[in-house]
Design a protein around this ligand. Structure first.
Ligand SMILES: [Mg+2]
Length: 234
C-alpha cells in the first residue's frame, strides 16, 4: 500500500551526528596527547561513541532535568571510566563543547530525497528524541525545516521513542493513520521498535556497516542511504 506520510528521525538519519561527534572527540583526544600520551585517539573515539549510545538508551531530554550538556558530561564520564582515565572530566568536556556547539552536518542525500518525496505527493515529518530547541536549530540551520511537518520532539511530549504514543501523535498531527505511515530511522530499539508497535512500516537506515543484534526488532525494509527510499516509494 502506498503510504501517505513518511516520518524521519533526525540524528544519524538526516544529519550526521555520529560523524560530527567522532571528529570533535578525535580533535579533543589529539589535543590531550600531551597530558595523556598513552591514550590513542581511536580508542577515545570508540569509547565515547559507545558511551553515547548507552547514555541515550538510558535517558533522553524528554525526562525532567535531563539536558544535552548534562548528557555530554555523563557520556564523557562513562568514556573516561571505560578508558581507565582517573583525571578530571572538565578539560575534555569543555574542549568538546567548544568544538561541537554551533555545528550540524546534514547528509548530502537528506534534502534531495525529502524534496523528491514531497514532489511525489508524500507528507514528510520528523520524530526525534533530541532536545526541542537544539533539534529545531539544526532544522533551521540545514534548511530542512520547510520540508518537515509535523515536527514531533519527545521533549515536548514528555515521552520518548520507542513509546508508540510518540509515533501515534505524529500520525495524528499529519492527519494520517499509522498504517498509512512509514518511519525511517537509524536505531532499531527506538525507531524501528516504536514504529512497529504503533502500526507503521519501519525502515532501518543503516549508514554504517553494523550488525543487526540478535533479538532486535525486525525492520520491514533496510536501506543504506536515503536515496533507496525513492525506489521503495515511487
Ligand atoms: Mg537517530
Amino acid at each position: 500500500m502506498r503510504p501517505l506520510a513518511v516520518f524521519f528521525d533526525l540524528d544519524d538519519t538526516l544529519v550526521d551526528e555520529t560523524g560530527l561527534m567522532a571528529d570533535c572527540v578525535r580533535r579533543v583526544a589529539e589535543e590531550m596527547q600531551e597530558t595523556y600520551p598513552f591514550l590513542p585517539p581511536d580508542l577515545v573515539v570508540a569509547a565515547y561513541l559507545q558511551a553515547s549510545l548507552e547514555v541515550w538508551k538510558r535517558v533522553t531530554p524528554a525526562q525532567p532535568g535531563v539536558t544535552i550538556p548534562l548528557m555530554r558530561r555523563w557520556t564523557w564520564e562513562a568514556a573516561l571510566r571505560r578508558l581507565g582515565v582517573a583525571g578530571p572530566v572538565e578539560p575534555f568536556l569543555q574542549r568538546y563543547t567548544a568544538l561541537r556547539d554551533g555545528k550540524v552536518r546534514p547528509f548530502p542525500d537528506a534534502r534531495p530525497v525529502l524534496e523528491e518525496l514531497r514532489r511525489r505527493g508524500y507528507r514528510t515529518g520528523l520524530i526525534t528524541n533530541g532536545e526541542s530547541a537544539l533539534q529545531r536549530w539544526k532544522l533551521d540551520r540545514t534548511s530542512l525545516a520547510s520540508l518537515l511537518d509535523p515536527v514531533v520532539t519527545s521533549q515536548e511530549l514528555g515521552r520518548s521513542k520507542p513509546d508508540p504514543e510518540v509515533f501515534l501523535e505524529a500520525a495524528r498531527r499529519a492527519g494520517v493513520r499509522p498504517e498509512a505511515s512509514w518511519m525511517v530511522g537509524d536505531l532499531l530499539h527506538a525507531d524501528v521498535a516504536g514504529a512497529r508497535a504503533a502500526g507503521m512500516t519501519a525502515v532501518w537506515v543503516r549508514r554504517r556497516p553494523t550488525q543487526q543484534p540478535s533479538g532486535a526488532p525486525e525492520p520491514h525494509h533496510v536501506i543504506t542511504s536515503l536515496t533507496s527510499l525513492l525506489e521503495l516509494l515511487p
